[in-house]
Design a protein around this ligand. Structure first.
Ligand SMILES: Nc1nc2c([nH]c(=O)n2[C@H]2C[C@H](O)[C@@H](COP(=O)(O)OP(=O)(O)OP(=O)(O)O)O2)c(=O)[nH]1
Length: 131
């Protein structure tokens, strides 16, 4: 089981940051909430600070656990843990993605997400009154 953390990041306008995995990566071409695999000794929040700086050059403040579940990709089984996070600075620069976008919650349905993200996407669309 691989432990993966993902950040549901909002900006001041309440838009959410999503990113598309670039060719060559697992789940290439699919959209995700950015994050990555936990390294030894890290918790999800520490992992998210590191990954968002490494992959997108931004700083965030994870402030609330959103949910966690297991997903079986056949050859790979992951536990995906999502945290809500606030965007706190930095200019977006992509290294592991080939597209990214700030979107309203109701627009999430228009993007093709990695299968493990779908329960989060559904909840975010339903709970659109909560930030
Ligand atoms: N980061 C992230 N990964 C996700 C999400 N949904 C999902 O199925 N995954 C999968 C894709 C990968 O199999 C795994 C995370 O790997 P990764 O490639 O993002 O992690 P990493 O940067 O630490 O790893 P690496 O490329 O350096 O090996 O979890 C998601 O929303 N965010």
């Amino acid at each position: 089981m691989i432990e993966v953390a993902a950040a549901i990041i909002h900006n001041e306008e309440g838009k959410l940051l999503i990113a598309r995995r670039k060719p060559g990566k697992a789940q290439a071409g699919l959209w995700e909430f950015p994050g990555g695999k936990l390294e030894e000794g890290e918790d999800a929040r520490q992992c998210l600070h590191r990954e968002l700086m490494e992959e997108l050059n931004i700083s965030i403040r994870p402030y609330e656990a959103f949910g966690s579940h297991e997903h079986d990709y056949g050859s790979l089984r992951i536990r995906l843990t999502a945290w809500k996070a606030e965007y706190t600075g930095g200019e977006l620069r992509m290294s592991d993605h080939d597209a990214c976008s700030w979107v309203d919650r109701h627009e999430l349905a228009e993007y093709d997400f990695a299968p493990a993200d779908l329960p989060f996407v559904e909840r975010l669309i339903k709970d659109k009154m909560n930030s």
